[in-house]
Design a protein around this ligand. Structure first.
Ligand code: FES
Length: 161
């Protein structure tokens, strides 16, 4: 489930300022979208329309860029992001089973947020710690050699922090 998204007047004003300061520079779309991501935490269609209206770049083009680059997200994220690595070394050591168990535990699918907005769940690609596969992350913390029990315990502990 996704948190409800809304555009405050303050955020809208900030984005318009950023657009105006970048619009005359070459290749303005990427820097504008980075600012939009910073201001709103994501670039859903409501923000894409706002950018489009103030840049004369089509929503289709903006959406194409937002969905292509992984540094942009379409939906607001939860306060804490759980990542389960599905890179090959993690996958062959059972990370898909762990991901399925975490999905069931949280009651959400990959790319969704828990109802209270506390967690987002992501299937991630290799984060360079294959030596301790399978790997899971919670925000910046990386945990290795996880199994279903350990993953559930780490999530439970993260809730208590
Ligand atoms: S494949 Fe999972 S950390 Fe490299």
């Amino acid at each position: 489930m996704s948190k409800k998204f809304y555009i405050s007047d303050e955020n809208k004003e900030e984005l318009l300022k950023e657009i105006n300061s970048r619009l005359k520079l070459p290749g303005p779309l990427m820097p504008i979208l980075h600012e939009a991501q910073r201001i709103f935490g994501c670039i859903p269609v409501e923000v894409q329309k706002l950018v489009s209206k103030n840049t004369d770049i089509s929503v289709a083009e903006i959406n194409g860029v937002v969905t292509f680059y992984s540094s942009f997200t379409l939906h607001p994220k939860g306060e804490h992001i759980i990542g389960i690595c599905l890179g090959t070394p993690c996958y062959v050591r059972g990370s898909q089973t762990i991901l399925d168990a975490v999905k069931a535990d949280l009651g959400i699918d990959v790319g969704e947020n828990t109802e209270d907005g506390f967690f987002s769940l992501e299937a991630i690609r290799c984060i360079g710690t294959c030596g301790m596969a399978p790997v899971m992350s919670i925000d910046e913390e990386v945990y290795g050699e996880i199994d279903v029990t350990k993953a559930k315990r780490l999530i439970k502990e993260a809730r208590k922090k």
